[in-house]
Design a protein around this ligand. Sequence first.
Ligand SMILES: Cc1ncc(COP(=O)(O)O)c(C=O)c1O
Length: 388
Amino acid sequence: MQFSEKIKGLEESITLAITAKAKLLKEQGVRVISFSAGEPDFDTPQVVKSAAIKAINDGCGKYTPVSGTTEVLKAICTKLKKDHNLDYETSEVIANVGAKHSLFNAIQALVCDGDEVIIPAPYWVTYPEQVKYSGGVPVIVTPKKDFKISADELKAAITPKTKILILNNPSNPSGALYSKDELMALAKVLEGTSIVVLADEMYEKLVYDGEFVAFASLSEDALKRTVTINGLSKCAAMPGYRFGYSASKNKELNKLMKNLQGQCTSNICSITQAAAVPALVGEIDKDIEMMKKEFKKRRDKACEMINSINGLKLSVKPSGAFYLFIDCSSVNPDDVEFCAKLLDDKKVACVPGSGFGMSGYFRISYATSMENIIEGIEKIAEFVKEYK
Ligand SMILES: Cc1ncc(COP(=O)(O)O)c(C=O)c1O
């Protein structure tokens, strides 16, 4: 059997692979502390569950329009207005099967063979794979400072072939948060170009220091060039519901993305759409506050513990998301080996930084209980101390 060269070029998601390995060990009865999860450990808010159950009981099992029901599209517009004072029409937003799918549709619709896509490292694992699949060329830029691309670094990476900048704020895996001034400086570099910004703002509500600013809200120019990508997996603890969305002012792009979706998935799950409405319009704000408070406590504890381990370095305290991106290069610059040994010796699962485009680092997700965080980082400390 012959297979598609395009698909054969895709890498397995390293985060999903490590999570699966840790799960397998657990199924074999081994006690594993997993820091690999990219999902909140909190249950989905009750109001969301009730909306899903009601939708089922109300018989909402039919196809919906491709981009979503009027209710969910209006709810996305309400969210963007409420949180960022952004005005979008329902025709300018599309509901997708998670933000991964929103990104996929946008990249497929925008990228022609050989187009360059600027991706600051460390990056979320999926970006380069989706770009390669579209025929584009990922241009990885490793920022010198604080895991954030500067205006000068962006300027230096732009060529006549540059099509897109993917900007993930706050970042998975580093937790870095761009200030308004930093975003403005990037937006200024893009003025006068036709470069599109894919603003992946999945973790916007999980910010512990500083203030989140949506890229599209920076200026009229930024609004026109931005495709906002967002979803409910992280901030609303709904990863399994698979709800993401895109928002763009570009009519042609929206049409192409809808056509692609129409030929691939049709509409997204009708029950998920109904469940997303209360989450988008603000009915779970209290639940989000509760999760954020707990994440902040865990982040502070985890940072304090990692900082006290001789050999590991947390160069920047993460301001958002639920990850720490830790430098292990003075213990072992081979982060894949470091993580594999850590899992074998101490049964602690972490994700190697090279999957995120930065070797010599590893990622911890603190979307797990405080007990696990304390026990797991104590084991990491022992591991580092004993490392040969
Ligand atoms: C930065 C970032 N963007 C997008 C996603 C996709 O999330 P989902 O497809 O669950 O909405 C993730 C998930 O890990 C992520 O970390």
